[in-house]
Each structure stands twice: as C-alpha cells, then as structure tokens.
Design a binder for this molecule. Structure first.
Ligand code: NAD
Ligand code: MG
Length: 396
C-alpha cells in the first residue's frame, strides 16, 4: 500500500529572529515532514537571520533595513545557502502574501507589524497572530479583512490561545453561553515592589520577567501591565466580546493561561507550563495536535497556585487600556503609539518607568474621537500620536 503524500505547509515567519520567531523555528524543526520555510524576516539582525537561513533554507530572507543586505548575502554565499535576500517593507508584505505561502506567523513587534500582517490577511493565509499591536491599532478593519478573505486566525498570545481552546477550540457558535472571560496575568516583576520605588527601576529590572523570556518591549509592557491592557483590547476584537465582560485576574505562577466562565457556572481553563511553544504548536497544527517540545505539568510541583484582584494604582497603564477599550479606534491607536515611544525612551534610560502612563494619558487627552477604516487613516493617526508623545517627552 502506498502512503499518500501530504503537501507540506509553506510558512513565512515575520520577525523570525525574535523570541516568538525563534520558538516557532524550534517547533517547526521538530516537524520537517509537515512544514517548509518560505521566508524568514528581521529588522536589522542579519547575523541571526544568516544562521537561521543556513539551518532552514527558506526561499527568501527579508531584512527591513537595507544596510545589512550585502553582509547577509556574503555570509549566505560562503555557507552555500541559496536563499534569496530581499529588503524593505514592501518585501515583508510580499513574502507574507506570496501565492506559495500557506501559513504566516505574525511576530514582528509593535506597529511595524501592521502592514505585513494585514498583507497576509488580505491574501487569505492561515494567520498565527502574535503581533497584538496590529490588532489593537486596526480593530474593525483587521477583523473585517479576516472575514472577507476567509482567514483562519489562530491567536498565539498565550492567553488568547487559551481562551480559544476554552471556547470549544474554534467550533462555530463558540461564544454561546459565555458569561465572562477571565484574562490572567502574572503581574510581572514589580507585583510586590513598593509603589514609591517604581520611579527608580531600571530597564533590566523591568525586563526580568519571573515566568516568561520575551523581547524587551513586551517585557516592559508586562511590568506595567500595559501588555494585559493591550490583550484586553485584543481579546474583545478576537472573540467579539464586550470589554466589560473581560476581567483581568492576577495569577503570579502563569500556569492557568486564561479562563472562560459560562452562564451555567462552568469555568473552563487552559493550563500548561509557561512556554510559548505550546500556543505556537497549537496554531501551526490546529485542529490537529503536534509535539511542541514542552513537557507536561508536574502537579506535585504546583504547591502554590493563587489568584488575586488587580490594584490599578500599581498598574495605571492597565486602567488607561480599560478606558480606551470599546471606544473609537483613534484612542487605541494613540495609546499604542504613545506607549511604543515611551517604552523605547524608558529602555534607552531617558525617562523613568513611571513616566510611561503619564505620557500616554497626556497624548490621549489630545486625541479626538475618530474611527479609522483605512490603513492610511490608521498610519496617519499613529504618526500623529507618536509625534505628540515625543513633544511631551521633550517638554518634561
Ligand atoms: P522581539 O523583540 O524578541 O522580536 C521582534 C522581531 O520583530 C524580531 O525578529 C525583529 O527583527 C523584528 N522587528 C523589530 N522591529 C521591526 C521593524 N520595525 N520592522 C520589521 N521587523 C521588525 O519580540 P517578541 O517578544 O518575539 O514579540 C513579538 C510580538 O509577539 C510582539 O507583538 C509581542 O507583543 C507578541 N508576543 C510575544 C510573546 C513572547 O513570549 N515573546 C508572547 C505573546 C505575544
Ligand atoms: Mg500574553
């Protein structure tokens, strides 16, 4: 009997050199029979990209910044690697939408991921969404495009992936009978730190997350719980729920990745070790299941699993997100843009950690109530808010 040949899925990873990108390659490396790489992309880190190309032989490697292209080409030539090198934003969009591509992992950090991610959506690719900022910025445009193109959208953010699994793992009418969604968050490295001392924390302290190893921007967002606030907005779009029906719960151990409560009193949770390879493997294989390299939970180890309410005085960024969720798109765009600028300035040690919410709030105060239905519109509002945030920082 001949075994039928199953066509390999061609994958593009937007942001392959980052934390999510590297974890995605780790899962794919375990399943060479199922997946092939179409394209790997990075902003400027051509050295890591060259190593990845030598191992995975994608058809294309894209650098957003052109400067590293000659060095990357030279390195690939030396390694005898046939990967073709491209550069620039249009190339990122092209490898996301290429006709040979089946699956796109959207793992660029920040608003820079918006256009390439939307390009994958419009081309109808199966989309593994890690880049939460793109959905926060473009909400209804994003979800309309998903619907129009018939996209299979799998959330990779661990909480949203958990909620997806708790909502009958993507079955139709999944939202029937839901009373509320419980979005868990660890509270980050400053959960127990005296609030008065937060003005003095360093970028390295903010990036020392107790449970997850992630890129620096999302690590700072986790320390301020801006990450949870962005996730609240993300969840309301992904699952069409009213933001008021989403409750944030502190769970320092990051074992329960989120929960859904139903009207009959059932509470369905998804648990697992805090390792992004689990949601990545889920997204890659859905509705199948594949090995991710993540060991099962050892229940004898779980001596202490606890939950508590959020203190919004400690996490003003989360409070700002709660105000913005469900409001006109211009506010979410401004919040996200101002946060990106403020976090970068904090990482560069130019402003204190506690200035982040102050800058965002002042940008929001100057933002007018506006919907945004086109990409040009969204990018213009993003640009404007970034400009305001910079002005605010310079004035301090
Ligand atoms: P990271 O900083 O480790 O990696 C970011 C990737 O994007 C890199 O490959 C980088 O080269 C690329 N990139 C950066 N700026 C770019 C630009 N201007 N243009 C094109 N490419 C650019 O970030 P990460 O931790 O992997 O996070 C990626 C996304 O996934 C973020 O949106 C984050 O919120 C989300 N996410 C991450 C985790 C995690 O565990 N790391 C969990 C949930 C969601
Ligand atoms: Mg998350």
């Amino acid at each position: 009997m001949t075994v039928p040949l199953v066509k390999k899925q061609n994958v593009t990873i937007l942001g392959s050199t980052g934390s999510i990108g590297v974890n995605t390659l780790d899962v794919i490396a375990r399943h060479g029979d199922r997946y092939a790489l179409h394209a790997l992309t990075a902003n400027s880190d051509w050295e890591t990209l060259a190593e990845q190309c030598a191992t995975f032989s994608p058809k294309f490697a894209v650098l957003k910044q052109h400067e590293g292209v000659p060095a990357l080409e030279e390195r690939l030539l030396q390694a005898g690697c046939k990967t073709q090198v491209l550069s620039g934003k249009d190339s990122l969009c092209a490898v996301a939408a290429h006709e040979e591509v089946d699956v796109v992992m959207a793992a660029i950090v920040g608003g820079a991921g918006l256009e390439p991610t939307l390009s994958a959506v419009k081309a109808g690719k199966r989309l593994l969404l890690a880049n939460k900022e793109s959905l926060v910025m473009s909400g209804s445009l994003f979800m309309q495009s998903v619907e129009q193109a018939g996209v299979i959208l799998l959330p990779i953010d661990s909480e949203h992936n958990a909620i997806y699994q708790c909502l009958a793992n993507g079955a139709p009418d999944h939202a029937k009978g839901v009373r509320k969604i419980l979005l868990t968050g660890s509270g980050g490295p400053f959960l127990r730190k005296p609030i008065e001392s937060l003005a003095k924390v360093t970028p390295n302290e903010a990036c020392a997350h107790p449970n997850w190893k992630m890129g620096r921007k999302i690590s700072v967002d986790s320390a301020s719980m801006m990450n949870k606030g962005l996730e609240l907005i993300e969840a309301s779009w992904l699952f069409s729920v009213n933001p008021r029906d989403i409750e944030v719960v502190i769970h320092p151990q990051s074992i329960v990745h989120s929960m859904v409560e139903y009207v009959d009193g059932s509470l369905v949770a998804q648990l697992g070790n805090p390792d992004m390879r689990t949601p990545i493997a889920h997204g890659l294989a859905w509705p199948d299941r594949i090995e991710s390299g993540v060991p099962g939970l050892d229940f004898t180890d779980l001596v202490d699993m606890h939950f508590e309410a959020v203190d919004l005085n400690r996490y003003p960024c989360l409070a700002l997100c709660q105000q913005v969720a469900g409001q006109a798109q211009s506010y979410a765009i401004a919040l996200n843009a101002a946060n990106e600028i403020a976090v970068q300035y904090f990482l560069d040690e130019l402003i204190p950690f506690t200035d982040i919410p102050i800058i965002i709030e002042s940008v929001l105060e100057q933002t007018s109530c506006e919907e945004a239905h086109t990409i040009e519109n969204i990018l213009a509002l993003d640009e404007e808010a970034k400009h305001r945030a910079l002005q605010k920082i310079r004035a301090r």
